[in-house]
Design a protein around this ligand. Structure first.
Ligand SMILES: Cc1ncc(COP(=O)(O)O)c(C=O)c1O
Length: 422
C-alpha cells in the first residue's frame, strides 16, 4: 500500500528514518515517498491498461512541483482548476498539451492563459462559460477543444462536502441542457466539442455508484454521437477512495474491473483524473509533541502541527491514523492530538489510544499526501511547514519552511491611497 514502514521499531519513509528528517528539517514537515507515488501510478495504469487511458493527475490534491515532476516523468498529464495550477505544471516540466482545465468559474484571463500555453481540453460547466471560451478563442484566431461536464445526478455516497455529481451540486450540466448545447455547438466557431467529462465526488468507497455513472455517461455519449460524430473522448473523472483507517476503500482494480470492458467496447478515447488515489498514501505529516496535559479525565497531546497545517480533520471530521515515530513502552491510553491554534476545532485526531509520550517525541499523521499541504494556511500567523521528498535512502527539501518574514510579505502600513475624487 505504501512505503512507510518500521525498522527496529522506528518509522521510516522508504530507507530514511523519519527522525532523521525531523532533525535536519524541523517540524512540522510533510514527507512524501517517491516509490509509493510511482507505484500507485503504475498500478493504476496497469489496472486500466485495456483502455490505455490518458491519466490526468488532479493537481489540486497536491501541487508540489516535485510531485508533479515525478508524475510528468511517468507520462502523466494533469487536471487543473486554475491558471496557478497550469503554471505549476509547466514549472514542473509537465506538457501543457496534456492538461485538461476544469472548474465552474474560469476567468477570461485564465482562459487566455490556457489558450496561450496550448492546453488540451477545457471541461466546460455552463453555457455562459462556453460562450466566453468561444469568444476568447475567436479573438485569438484559434479554436478550443471542449468537453461538456455532465452532472449525472448519481450519489457517490461520500462526505457531503466532496460530492460533485448530484443535481444539487454546482458542478456540470444536466443531461438535457448538455444535449441542447451539443445540438447548437457547431454554430460557435471558436470551439470544437470533442468530449464529455464527469466527476461525481471524492473518496468514493463504493464501486457501484461509479459504475452507474459510467453507464449513464456512455449511453449519453452514444446518443450525442448520433448527431455529433466528432465526439471522441470520455473523461471518467477521479474520486477513487483510499484507506485512511484500514481497508475501507475498494482496490483500484475493483473500480477498474467493471467499467473497463464497458469503456473499451464504447470505442471512446478515455481520460481520467485521479488525485487522492495517487498521492494520499504517499505522504505523511511529522509533528513534534510540545506538551501533554490532563484536563479531568481527558488526555491532550499538544503538537506543533495544527489545523492550519492539516485542515481535513477540522473541515470534514476526517480520520487520519496517528502513531508515534518511535513508540515508548507502556500502557496505551486515549487522548486527543491537538495543535496550538486557538480553536476547539483544532485537532488532528480524537480519542486515540497512544502510549506514554514525552515532550519532543515525534508523531506521524498518516495518509497526508492529498488535500493536506495544499489547504495549509497562515491562520494564527503560523508559517506553513516544509515538504520533503524521499527517494530510496535519500531525502531532499522540495519546499522550504516559511519564515516569520514570509508572513508579512506584500503587506504595508503605508498604502498608496487612491481616492474616488482624484
Ligand atoms: C473535477 C475533478 N476531477 C478530479 C478530482 C480529483 O478527485 P480525487 O482526488 O478524489 O481523485 C476532483 C476533486 O475534487 C475534481 O473536482
Amino acid at each position: 500500500m505504501d512505503d512507510f514502514h518500521r525498522r527496529a521499531g522506528a518509522l521510516h519513509a522508504e530507507g530514511v528514518p523519519l527522525a532523521a528528517i525531523a532533525e535536519a528539517v524541523g517540524t512540522p514537515v510533510y514527507v512524501y515517498s517517491k516509490a509509493t507515488l510511482v507505484g500507485h501510478f503504475r498500478r493504476l495504469r496497469e489496472a486500466w491498461g485495456d483502455v490505455n487511458p490518458c491519466i490526468r493527475y488532479a493537481v489540486k490534491a497536491n501541487g508540489n512541483l516535485a510531485i508533479l515532476s515525478v508524475l510528468a516523468r511517468e507520462g502523466a498529464g494533469f487536471d487543473v482548476v486554475s491558471a496557478g495550477e497550469i503554471l505549476r505544471v509547466i514549472a514542473a516540466g509537465g506538457d501543457p498539451a496534456k492538461i485538461d482545465f476544469a472548474g465552474v468559474g474560469k476567468t477570461r484571463a485564465e482562459i487566455e492563459y490556457a489558450l496561450k500555453v496550448g492546453i488540451d481540453t477545457f471541461n466546460v460547466e455552463s453555457e455562459a462559460e462556453l460562450d466566453l471560451i468561444d469568444r476568447v478563442a475567436r479573438e485569438r484566431g484559434t479554436t478550443a477543444a471542449v468537453a461538456l461536464r455532465v452532472n449525472p445526478d448519481v450519489d457517490p455516497r461520500t462526505h457531503t462536502y466532496i460530492t460533485t455529481g448530484r443535481k444539487e451540486n454546482k458542478f456540470g450540466l444536466d443531461f438535457a441542457r448538455a444535449r441542447s448545447i451539443a445540438e447548437t455547438v457547431s454554430e460557435r466557431a471558436g470551439v470544437r466539442l470533442t468530449g464529455l467529462h464527469v466527476h461525481i465526488g471524492s473518496q468514493m468507497t463504493e464501486v457501484e455508484p461509479y459504475v452507474e455513472m459510467v453507464r449513464r455517461l456512455v449511453a449519453f455519449a452514444k446518443d450525442l454521437q448520433g448527431f455529433h460524430p466528432a465526439l471522441e473522448e470520455l473523461n471518467v473523472g477521479g474520486g477513487f477512495g483510499i484507506h485512511y483507517k484500514e481497508n475501507e476503500a475498494p482496490s483500484m482494480e475493483a473500480f477498474a474491473r467493471p467499467v473497463v470492458p464497458l469503456l473499451k467496447e464504447s470505442g471512446f478515447l478515455i481520460h481520467m483524473e485521479p488525485g487522492r488515489l495517487l498521492v494520499g498514501n504517499a505522504g505523511i505529516l511529522v509533528t513534534r509533541l510540545l506538551f501533554e496535559k490532563q484536563s479531568g479525565e481527558k488526555r491532550f497531546l499538544i503538537c506543533d502541527a495544527a489545523m492550519n497545517d492539516l485542515l481535513r480533520p477540522a473541515l470534514y471530521g476526517a480520520y487520519h491514523r496517528v502513531e508515534p515515530v518511535k513508540p515508548r513502552e507502556g500502557e496505551h491510553t486515549d487522548g486527543d492530538v491537538v495543535g496550538p491554534v486557538c480553536e476547539s476545532g483544532d485537532f488532528l485526531a480524537k480519542d486515540r489510544a497512544l502510549p506514554p509520550m514525552e515532550s519532543g517525541d515525534l508523531l506521524a499523521v498518516r495518509s497526508a499526501g492529498a488535500y493536506a499541504f495544499v489547504m495549509a494556511s497562515n491562520y494564527n500567523a503560523r508559517p506553513r511547514p516544509a515538504e520533503v521528498l524521499v527517494d530510496g535512502d535519500r531525502f531532499g527539501v522540495v519546499r522550504t519552511r516559511e519564515t516569520l518574514d514570509d508572513l508579512v510579505r506584500g503587506e504595508t502600513t503605508a498604502p498608496d491611497w487612491k481616492s474616488e475624487n482624484s
